[in-house]
Each structure stands twice: as C-alpha cells, then as structure tokens.
Write a protein that binds this ligand. Structure first.
Ligand SMILES: *Cc1c(COP(=O)(O)O)cnc(C)c1O
Length: 443
C-alpha cells in the first residue's frame, strides 16, 4: 500500500462517492445499478485486452476464452430480444447509433427523428455551425446527415402519427429513427414502418431507455412491429454495464452492421463489459420480467403520489407513463424555488438525485435547456433496490418537503438517509452479500 497523497486522496473521494449514493435516492432515468457479478467482470483481466473482429476471426491472439464469452453473450441477447442477429461491439448507445448511421446512410442523406426539445437524444441531432467550426448532435456533426424532425404532439408526449406519415412521404428520408430520451409512451412503429419502407427508407428504433422493458416484453415489440434495426444502451432500464448493442430484424443486415461496427466504429470493444453484459443478460432472463413490471408500476405510482402532492406530473389523463420515466412540469415553483436547475440543485442537497429536463413546450415559452421547466424521473434504479408502491409515496413526501413545503434540504437529507438505510441490497440478480453501493477495495 502506497501512502502517496494523491493516491490516497483519489481513493478517499471514490469512497465518498459510494457513501453519497448509498444514502441518496437515485432517480436519474438513464442510470442503473449492476449486480456484484457484473462488477466482478468489469475488473477482470479482460479490461486489459483487445480482440477486434468477429468471434473466431480475431485480429488479436489470446482470445480463446473471450470468444466463448462473447458467443454466450450474443446467444443470450438474441434469445432475450428474439432476434436473429446482435452485435455487442459498440461501446455505448451513441456508438450503436453511429454504427447504424454508418451502415445504412452516407453523408448528406436525410434522416428523420424527434427533436431534442420534445425528448429526442443528442445522437440524432443536427449539425450546427459555430465560431469557425462545426458542432451539434452526432447524426449531423459526425455522420453529416441532414436531420429533419418527425412531427410530435407536444402535450400528448408522443409522435403525431398522421402528420408523421405525411412528413415521411413528403421529405423522403433515407433513415427514420424512432425512440427518445424522454420516452413515456410506445412509439408508433407499426404505423410508420410501412411508410418508411414504401419510400425505401431504413427504420431504426433507438431503445436506449426502454431496452430492459422491451426485453421483458413490457413496453412494445419494435422488431415484430416492423423496425429494421434496434439500437440501445445496455445500462438504462437494461441493468447491464455501460455499453451499446445493435440488433437486426433479419439476417441479411448482419454483414453490413458487422463491417460498420468494426473497423467502422470500434477498435477495442471493452471486453470486460461484453462479459458483464453476458452476466446481466443471464440474470435478466431469470429476473427481468418481475423487475420490469415493478419498474412501470412504480413509475405510475410515483407519478400519482407526486401529482396528489402538488407536482404537475405531465399526462395525468394517460396514467402519467407506460415506461420507467415520468416528466414533471415544475414551472409552478418558479416564484418560490425557481426553474429546473434550481429544483435539481435543491433536490440534490437533500440527496434526491433527478435531472432537470426540457418540457416539450419549453422553447415556445422561451425557456432554455440550462434552466428548463421540467425534471425527469426514472424508477429503474430504486426498483432494483427493492422499492415498491409504498416507497413511492415516501419519496413523493420527501420531494414535497423540499420543493412544496420548502423545508431546509439538508434536514430532509437526514430523513432521506434514514429511509434509504433499509434499501442497501440489489434485487433481481443472483444472490450476493455485497451491498448495492459497496466500494470494492482490492489494492
Ligand atoms: C442515452 C441515450 C443514448 C446514448 O447512449 P450512451 O450509452 O450514453 O452513449 C442514445 N439514444 C437515446 C435515445 C438515449 O437516451
């Protein structure tokens, strides 16, 4: 053991981070917890290795065991998603999308997706010129696609089907991408896939947020509804390591996706996370359904509990959500607490972690993404801590104390830690004595 001050300091901060999270209420919709078995894979020797290429045709030697692992990983994922082909080499959801853009489009092609203010993700955003250079979303800035928007019903929080059919026929994009980062209700894949195919467009469904719910058959079934490919992060509702995958609806698409993934979008493909993903998939096969059902039940229950306590949760008439996410319009607290950034900060001080988010109508009301009118909440991580409907009421009360009743956040933080004390282990995974946020000391 070294007593170098920086070495000691960094490890101390890491421990503090773990301590903070074990006493906090984690409500970020894009995060989740991995089980001890998945964490073990992450610190295995695979974290030091390269493979490159496909199983059995690697560019690097030394992969006899890893080949077996990736084979199992792909088999489990194909089973879970009921798909003929999966590529698990993209290192994140953005890279999975880039793999699809690379495989099925060329520069200057038109792509249609929902816009960021209504819940779209930056990876489907357009190119922007700025101070002598070019920035923007991945589709525009990296793949040089011309991004156009799928018409969206702002207040119904979903794609406007009739207007979208018309727009796709009129604009004739090369790629239509569905999916979102504020994803409350299933997208109209069944209605739009035939229209995309009629104009020879490729359809991709970005399942980054809802992958776990889809694998558990609790949201929608994009492959059967007509999408050509599906991309995802493996660490949002799907409780795996931070990675991405591309799924094809039919075998003919496999070769082009493989070439786009390597040598197109990856060299190293983070082998330790392929192993972790295999373990997460094996766990999901056993526990995925009850977990996903409870995630959605909890989201609806938290929506209702917050709504009853003075929070303007969007879409009450639609039961708030059919996924893990609820969106809360916090503009009624503008004169007491402030907007999204202030609410986020105040909650964070109380150890309740949820992020500010644009509401679909924020831009119309001249609100900006840095201080928007909403916060986004996800129930997947708290569900994995074993929380159920009763706990959703408790969380709503704690949030009410900080925001509606304007109690001192640091005082509420004590109540939060006390509440959290009973929820320290991970549910829906193979048994282990390691606590959910336990720091693993090896050195
Ligand atoms: C999170 C997200 C991604 C990107 O995933 P990373 O794994 O963070 O790269 C892509 N698309 C959507 C819709 C997302 O919400």
């Amino acid at each position: 053991m070294s007593f170098d001050p920086d070495f000691m300091k960094i490890r101390g901060i890491l421990k503090d981070h773990h301590e903070y999270w074990s006493n906090a209420i984690p409500l970020i919709a894009s995060e989740n917890l991995t089980t001890p078995a998945v964490r073990e894979a992450a610190i295995s020797d695979l974290a030091h290795r390269y493979a490159e290429g496909w199983i059995g045709e690697r560019v690097y030697p030394g992969n006899q065991y890893f080949d077996e692992i990736e084979e199992i990983c792909l088999k489990l994922l194909k089973d879970l998603f009921d798909a003929p082909f999966v590529d698990a080499r993209p290192i994140s959801g953005v890279v999975a999308n880039l793999t699809v853009y690379t495989a099925f489009t060329k520069a200057n092609d038109k792509m249609m997706a929902i816009s960021i203010p209504v819940g779209g993700h930056i990876s489907s955003g357009p190119l922007k010129a700025k101070s002598g250079g070019f920035i923007g979303g991945t589709a525009g800035a990296v793949s040089r696609l011309n991004v156009d928007y799928i018409p969206f019903d702002r207040y119904g929080l979903n794609i406007d089907v009739d207007a979208a059919i018309k727009a796709i026929r009129e604009k004739k994009p090369r790629l239509v991408q569905l999916g979102a980062s504020v994803f409350l209700f299933p997208h109209p894949v069944k209605e739009l896939a035939p229209v995309a195919h009629e104009i020879d467009a490729h359809m991709n469904y970005d399942a980054a947020h809802v992958a776990g719910l889809i694998a558990a058959k609790q949201f929608q079934d994009p492959l059967r509804e007509g999408t050509d490919t599906m991309t995802m992060s493996t660490h949002k509702t799907f409780p795996g390591p931070q990675k991405g995958i591309v799924i094809a609806s039919r075998d003919e698409l496999a070769e082009i996706i493989k070439s786009a993934a390597f040598p197109g979008m990856t060299s190293n493909h983070h082998l330790m996370h392929v192993a972790g993903l295999a373990i997460a998939a094996a766990e999901f096969k056993k526990f995925g359904k009850p977990y996903s059902k409870q995630v959605i039940v909890n989201a609806k229950a938290l929506g209702q509990a917050l709504y009853e306590r003075g929070f303007q949760v969007v879409c009450p008439e639609k039961g708030f959500t059919e996924s893990h996410t609820i969106l809360v319009d916090i503009s009624n607290f503008q004169n007491t607490i402030g907007l999204g950034a202030d609410v986020e900060q105040r909650l964070e001080k109380a150890q309740i972690v949820a992020n500010r988010n644009l509401l679909p109508w924020d831009i119309l009301e001249k609100r900006h993404y840095k201080n928007p009118g909403g916060i986004r909440i996800g129930t997947q991580e708290i569900t994995r801590l074993g929380m159920k409907e009763q706990e959703m009421i408790r969380i709503a009360e704690l949030m009410k104390a900080v925001i509606v009743d304007q109690k001192e956040p640091t005082e509420v933080a004590e109540a939060v830690a006390e509440f959290r004390a009973d929820f320290q282990s991970i549910h829906y995974g193979f048994e282990s004595t390691l606590k959910a946020y336990e720091y693993i000391e090896i050195a």
